[in-house]
Ligand binder design. Structure first.
Ligand code: AMP
Ligand code: MG
Length: 267
């Protein structure tokens, strides 16, 4: 099976060296769809067991530039999973209340509870991405955040939350096409804002910020997965595979039933 790009903690990754159009093996849109359907069915069963077991949680963190496909990935990989056992959080600009706290306050509050699959559509990484690119806090502050993020992720893991972090890697050309498609399609226009063009101009700054976040927060306990995302079907295939593999490795178990239930007939 094709795998995301991963790298050893301590070794350096350069985004420019990873082709966002990359496809491993002879997969195509049709075969990927079949495989994704199988994966979702399997993940559905495993998510049910995780929920029944009620001991551990799984957190999928999705980061990527505008149009990288965070929403589309969630739609595809979560279809069919019991909504009661999932919690999806989209992080927007922090509210005044959130800004009055440490940047991890709102993140910790959204962490999945036991038995759940939590998905972060954007995350604490925004606090070293958009915040850094726009200078929303002084450099002396954001520079300390990488270590604090690593410590925070360890804290979650010690609370039995398995963390899977994905960076959806799109090219600047692909982003142009997707932004233009949003403009040209009346049903998609709501997704477009003029601000997206201003952000696009900052592309190199964002790539640098992403590269630092990937390199400084690629730990043994919570490694990064780079998902080549110019092809939507391949992106979905990789993330659905990763979700299924992670749930399989967790191997959740339905708890044993009460003793002495054999032979009981409900009247
Ligand atoms: P969207 O994902 O398109 O709904 O946009 C959400 C917006 O919120 C993006 O522009 C993010 O960069 C922004 N955002 C998310 N987290 C933060 C943060 N911690 N500080 C500032 N902006 C943020
Ligand atoms: Mg947006």
């Amino acid at each position: 099976m094709p795998k995301p790009v991963t790298f050893k903690p301590g070794s350096k990754i350069t985004l420019a060296d990873i082709d966002p159009r990359k496809v491993e093996g002879d997969w195509d849109k049709e075969s990927a769809k079949e495989r994704i359907d199988e994966n979702t069915e399997r993940s559905r069963d495993l998510a049910y067991r995780l929920y029944a077991e009620n001991q551990r949680a799984l957190l999928l963190v999705l980061q990527g530039m505008d149009t990288a496909g965070k929403d589309g990935t969630i739609r595809t990989v979560m279809t069919g999973i019991n909504p009661q056992s999932c919690q999806i959080t989209s992080f927007k600009q922090p509210s005044p209340l959130e800004l009055d706290h440490d940047f991890l306050w709102r993140i910790h509050a959204a962490a999945p509870r036991r038995g759940e699959i939590g998905i972060f559509n954007r995350s604490h990484y925004e606090d070293v991405l958009v915040v850094r690119v726009h200078g929303l806090v002084p450099e002396a502050e954001w520079k300390t955040r990488y270590d604090r993020i690593n410590d925070f992720e360890r804290l979650l893991i010690e609370g039995r939350v398995k963390i899977v972090k994905c960076f959806l890697h799109v090219s600047k050309d692909e982003q142009r096409e997707r932004l233009q498609a949003r403009l040209d399609n009346p049903d998609k226009r709501w997704k477009f804002s003029k601000g997206d063009l201003a952000e696009r101009k900052l592309w190199p700054d964002y790539q640098d910020a992403y590269e630092d976040a990937l390199n400084k927060c690629n730990t043994e306990h919570a490694p990064w997965h780079v998902i080549p995302s110019d092809r939507k079907w391949y992106r979905n295939l990789l993330v659905s595979e990763l979700l299924k593999d992670t749930l399989e490795s967790m191997d959740p178990r339905v708890p044993p039933s009460e003793e002495g239930l054999d032979g009981i007939v409900v009247e």
